[in-house]
Design a protein around this ligand. Structure first.
Ligand code: FE
Length: 215
């Protein structure tokens, strides 16, 4: 509560130092009234409602916006298939920073993959349930999990789950491994982009459809 009120107190204080000092002068000389002529004019412009007036910095990449990002039952063409039962909906593919955010959707149960992460992962479960063989927690809708870089784990969707959907923020990539850590394959923002371009082209959205989320 205290933190939420703090910015309002600061905004109130700023004009007080500039405007109220001028008005608190009891003597109404011509000099002061001309100053007062400036102060109300300035105060009449509520700067808090004005958009940023300067150019954005050189080198900045454009922003990106994805409407209905968490809609799991919308346009099926947005979902990029990786197997008959696994697909993903990319929200941002950051080729410049080497991370991506996507919703992974699995419509089967059992072991999905064993993989080792090179970077941190944030996982927000939206639907269904899943877990890792290496941990005792089970992620259900509304749960958050952090996967540390370096960890190897085995993703499992329990038998009673029809569908699981989880938003993953993946930095770096992950390496598919056998039970002893021997590398079998990999995935990163560039493989995700490759899948997406191919899929969007095939379903008629066009190769450029993915451009809106590549940064
Ligand atoms: Fe993982």
């Amino acid at each position: 509560m205290g933190a939420a009120h703090q910015p309002f107190r600061q905004i109130d204080r700023a004009p007080t130092s500039a405007a109220h000092i001028a008005f608190s002068e009891e003597k109404m000389s011509t000099t002061i009234s001309s100053e007062q002529g400036q102060v109300p004019e300035r105060a009449s412009i509520d700067e808090s409602k004005i958009a940023y007036q300067r150019p954005q910095p050189f080198g900045m990449v454009p922003d990106a916006f994805v409407g209905s990002a968490l809609d799991l039952d919308g346009d099926e063409r947005e979902w990029v298939p990786q197997s008959p039962t696994v697909s993903f909906k990319p929200l941002i593919l950051s080729v410049s920073q080497g991370f991506y955010i996507n919703i992974l959707r699995v419509r089967s149960s059992g072991v999905l993959s064993r993989h080792r992460h090179t970077g941190p992962v944030h996982a927000l479960t939206l639907r269904g349930k899943w877990r890792y063989l290496e941990h005792d927690w089970v992620a259900t809708a509304g749960d958050y999990a952090f996967e540390p870089p370096g960890e190897t784990h085995t993703l499992v969707v329990p038998d009673d789950v029809q569908e699981m959907a989880t938003l993953f923020h993946v930095t770096g990539g992950y390496i598919y491994v056998d039970p002893f850590g021997v590398a079998l394959g990999y995935e990163d923002v560039f493989t995700k982009l490759e899948h997406a371009v191919r899929h969007y082209d095939a379903v008629g959205l066009g190769k450029d459809h993915v451009r809106r989320i590549v940064r």
